[in-house]
Design a protein around this ligand. Structure first.
Ligand SMILES: O=C(O)CCC(=O)C(=O)O
Length: 268
């Protein structure tokens, strides 16, 4: 009923589309029973750990965009069960063409009722990774129509290098929008039903509209990296390698107790 480990086969054209476009939305990957089981646990943890108490109008753009809680897997066995599930991890490995994936971290992104837009950014800006074999799975916990602010991607933007050095901010929204317009890129915003998920590469530019409804838009995410990912020199203060890759030296595989292997293909 609530299986999160069994394989979900991908077609070759889906893998090709992911690599070409930089993202893919996959329908019905998780049974709704899984969301019924784990969704309330994620909400519980987010509301318990949330420290944001400012009224919306007094917050920065980033603070208006979402409540962010990292590494729910460390908070409860139930959350860990989901985050360590093999189904999504295997899809990530197959999309990226790696022999397996490690978890970098998970994070819940709850866009509150009336919450603001998520500015354009690329996630890999925040990670000290030597290659681009990393991705995020975005898992909405409810049906997500356009007015709730589903994640939206710039098609083929993982090839665009300008704008990669921008922290998520008002500046990134304006400058990356400009870069993508000049490059002739198209923004793809799709609605999600419960059970649908999307994957995007670390360098794929994405954003989300504000939540114009009276209900929170709850999303869970996991960041996967190539099982053989090596650490590079930090190139901005947000990467905080000492915290996220404890004990790892530049050039070494990010093999630590907090970056566990979630899926590895056997016999390859
Ligand atoms: O949920 C959002 O509003 C943004 C999602 C995002 O930036 C991500 O999953 O990498």
């Amino acid at each position: 009923m609530d299986d999160i480990d069994s394989p979900n086969s991908l077609r070759n054209d889906q893998i090709a589309a992911f690599r070409e476009r930089g993202f893919i939305k996959l329908e019905g990957v998780l049974p709704v029973e899984v969301l019924d089981r784990f969704g309330p646990e994620f909400s519980r943890i987010v509301h318990e750990r949330n420290t944001q108490t400012l009224p919306m109008e007094e917050r920065s753009t980033r603070q208006q965009a979402f409540i962010q809680v990292i590494n729910l897997w460390k908070e409860s066995e139930e959350a860990k069960r989901f985050v360590f599930g093999k189904r999504l991890a295997r899809i990530a490995a197959e999309l990226m063409g790696t022999r397996g994936v490690r978890l970098y971290h998970d994070q819940a992104l709850f866009k509150e009722a009336g919450g603001g837009f998520t500015p354009w950014h690329a996630d890999q800006y925040y990670w000290p990774f030597a290659t681009d074999r990393c991705c995020t799975v975005w898992i909405p916990l409810q049906d997500t129509l356009a007015e709730m602010g589903p994640i939206a991607f710039s098609e083929g933007s993982h090839w665009v290098t300008e704008g990669r050095d921008l922290n998520i901010s008002d500046e990134s929204e304006v400058r990356i929008e400009d870069v993508l317009r000049s490059a002739g890129k198209t923004t793809i915003e799709q609605t999600f039903s419960r059970g649908d998920v999307s994957f995007h590469y670390g360098w794929t530019f994405h954003r989300a509209a504000g939540n114009r409804t009276e209900r929170d838009r709850e999303a869970m995410t996991m960041i996967y990296m190539d099982v053989d990912m090596r650490m590079k020199e930090e190139d901005n203060p947000h990467q905080q390698a000492a915290i996220w890759c404890p004990g790892v030296k530049v050039g070494e595989i990010i093999d630590t107790p907090v970056t566990p292997v979630i899926y590895e293909a056997v016999g390859r």
